[in-house]
Design a protein around this ligand. Structure first.
Ligand code: CA
Length: 229
């Protein structure tokens, strides 16, 4: 039974999500404050966290960073703030998905189901491309022996590209196969590719692994020659 931790100070929203998730076969823990939520994450790691960003005791983005400092648990953030800059800031801070308030309990349930499905997927064997290695089960990746700190989406993106190493993958394919919902924009794909590229320590102008194929998509392949130094 998937274990969902809901951190939400609005009692009506919290109860509605709690009821629906319980009815749809989830084990649900409800917290009204950020500090309670952080304690719960540490005490018994959940399978997924639903995090309201407007909490009374701590800024939502700060909560997000604190959870991310110790855990790779998937996090759906719920925000009333619709500005794209805010959303990008949250995805950068380690959120995996988001809903904009007001949202329905059904909407959260659908996001959670999609995320858990993705979490169970993935190739069983480890992947290696050049100096890149990735373990889909442990959800770890490293480059030249150095562990990579990836968000959940960045990890899924890298896994997808490594499984198709040497082949061009279109942005549409990424959006459909890797992103949790169809609602994601192409710009979001570009943003995540850029972040992944940065974490691999390369730039679009001087790619080693991630090659942009103009007008088509992205290809991941091993560098042709090792980088000096
Ligand atoms: Ca709130």
């Amino acid at each position: 039974m998937p274990n969902v931790l809901v951190i939400e100070d609005d009692v009506d929203v919290r109860d509605a999500i709690g009821r629906l998730l319980t009815a749809t076969g989830h084990e649900v823990r409800l917290c009204a404050t950020a500090l309670d939520g952080l304690r719960e994450v540490a005490a018994r790691p959940p399978d997924i966290v639903v995090l309201d960003l407007g909490l009374p005791d701590l800024d939502g983005a700060a909560v997000l960073s604190r959870i991310r400092a110790t855990s790779h648990v998937p996090i759906v953030v719920a925000t009333a703030r619709e500005a794209e800059s805010e959303m990008i800031r949250l995805l950068r801070a380690g959120a995996d998905d988001y809903v904009v308030k007001p949202y329905s309990a059904e909407q959260i349930e659908a996001r959670i189901a999609a995320m858990l499905r993705r979490g169970r997927g993935g190739a069983p064997a480890g992947l290696t491309v050049g100096g890149l290695t990735l373990d889909p089960m442990a959800r770890t990746a490293s480059l030249d022996g150095t562990p990579l700190q990836l968000s959940r989406l960045e990890f899924d993106l890298l896994a997808y590209l490594m499984e198709r190493a040497g082949k061009v993958v279109t942005r549409r394919q990424l959006l459909t196969d890797v992103w949790p919902t169809e609602s994601r924009s192409m710009e979001t794909v570009d943003v995540h590719v850029t972040w992944l590229r940065r974490k691999l320590g390369e730039r679009a102008a001087q790619p080693r692994y991630l090659h942009t194929v103009r007008g088509v998509g992205i290809r991941l392949s091993a560098p042709e020659q090792p980088l000096n130094g």
